[in-house]
Ligand binder design. Structure first.
Ligand SMILES: *Cc1c(COP(=O)(O)O)cnc(C)c1O
Length: 373
């Protein structure tokens, strides 16, 4: 299609996890929450419906901003609402990264980051994690400093000016590994690199750790959050940004005028006001995660310590294909995520479901490993 911008035409495009029809499979593939959201959320949705939807919503979701500000100990002008945190990521990429400029991210991590760079006509510099899921020294240096580094720096063909690095995406905990980087590491990234750093905290509620204090200390550090995972509201579409007001002022210019609707604003506000529900739910999921992780290791998988609501499972022996195991589980009604990262490796990402779902899934894995396949 010759009318399409060449950088868009060249894109593979992000492929979301499979969404089977309701009841067709046990979904352990997109890190959704297996529990029902707080009843207060459903009450809030019904209240909006009763009031009616003929009016535009508040354009910045002020009610949510105030609730989030209270929770995190900032002023409301430190918060921007988004139609899911993917919307926040889109807005940030558009705000900071222009054509031919550079966006840095660790690899493997969230695949969407690269697509967002490509849409901008920008370049994604994917820097390999080390084997133990820590960042390599290269990650802390401006791009031109090590042009021949043995990492995947596909974006650097033809060389690149050090000031072309405009934004860093750092998921913490990371997906697919579930691993957590400590505060010192993140602070070092922020202090060493000449651009804003977005900590994608989609899974922070499961980690019991976040970088909110760092955002308050360092005006270049930002955090994105989502209600899709820990709050069990993936179907609602709501995420938010915590950042210095000087950044929020700029990102507000880039977002759609009404990027969040009246239902999602009211529901998200009710959700984050119910911290009791959140803590109880997170506790259950973390307990199940620990059991899942332990048993997968006993079965012989290599599983890094997860601080999220999923585990990353690799089989050390090339004889067993993780893809075949994925297909076997799928045939038996359990959908997990098979991930194959080019020039890296593959594995299974299993989301934490209910105890019953995880036990059944583990039994199937065991059955697969012990019979002749
Ligand atoms: C799920 C996920 C998101 C997206 O969340 P939404 O709010 O549903 O758009 C962002 N970042 C990471 C790392 C995720 O896993």
């Amino acid at each position: 299609m010759s009318f399409v911008r060449p950088n868009v035409e060249a894109m593979a495009g992000y492929v979301p996890g499979e969404q089977p029809k309701e009841g067709e499979a046990v979904k352990l593939n997109t890190n959704e929450n297996p529990y029902r959201a707080s009843e207060k959320v459903y009450d809030a949705i019904r209240a909006v419906a009763d009031r009616g939807l003929s009016r535009y919503p508040n354009s910045v979701g002020q009610e949510f901003r105030e609730a989030a500000a209270e929770l995190y100990g900032v002023e409301p002008n430190w918060i921007m609402c988004g139609n899911g945190s993917d919307d926040i990521l889109t807005i940030l990429t558009r705000t900071f990264v222009g054509e031919n400029q550079l966006l840095r991210l660790p690899y493997p991590s969230y695949i969407l980051y690269k697509s967002l760079a490509e849409i901008q006509g920008a370049r994604a510099e994917e820097v390999y994690f080390q084997d133990d899921w820590t960042l390599s020294d290269y990650f802390f240096q401006p791009p031109a400093a090590a042009p021949t580094a043995p990492f995947r720096v596909n974006a650097l063909e033809g060389g690149v000016a050090p000031d072309s690095l405009r934004l860093v995406y750092l998921p913490n905990p990371n997906s697919p590994s579930g691993t957590l980087l400590p505060l010192e590491t993140i602070e070092k990234v922020a202090n060493n690199l000449p651009c804003p750093v977005l900590i994608d905290e989609a899974y922070a509620d499961f980690a019991g750790f976040d970088c909110v204090e760092l955002v308050k200390r360092n005006p270049r550090v930002m955090i994105s959050r989502t209600l899709s995972k820990s709050y069990a509201l993936a179907g609602l579409r709501f995420g938010f940004l915590i950042a210095n007001p000087e950044i929020i002022e700029e990102t507000m210019k880039v977002k759609d005028s009404y990027n969040c609707d009246a239902i999602s604003i009211a529901a998200a506000t009710a959700a984050i006001r119910d911290q009791e529900w959140l803590q109880a739910t997170v506790q259950k999921i973390v307990a199940t995660r620990e059991r899942l992780q332990k048993r997968m290791r006993e079965l012989g998988f290599v599983v890094p310590d997860s601080r999220a609501n999923f585990t990353w499972n690799q089989w050390p022996d090339p004889e067993l294909s993780c893809e075949d195991l994925y297909l076997y589980l799928k045939k038996n009604g359990f959908l997990v995520r098979y991930m194959k990262y080019p020039a890296w490796s593959d594995g299974l990402r299993i989301s934490v479901g209910t105890d019953e779902q995880i036990d059944q899934c583990l039994d199937l894995v065991e059955k697969y490993l012990t019979k002749d396949n």
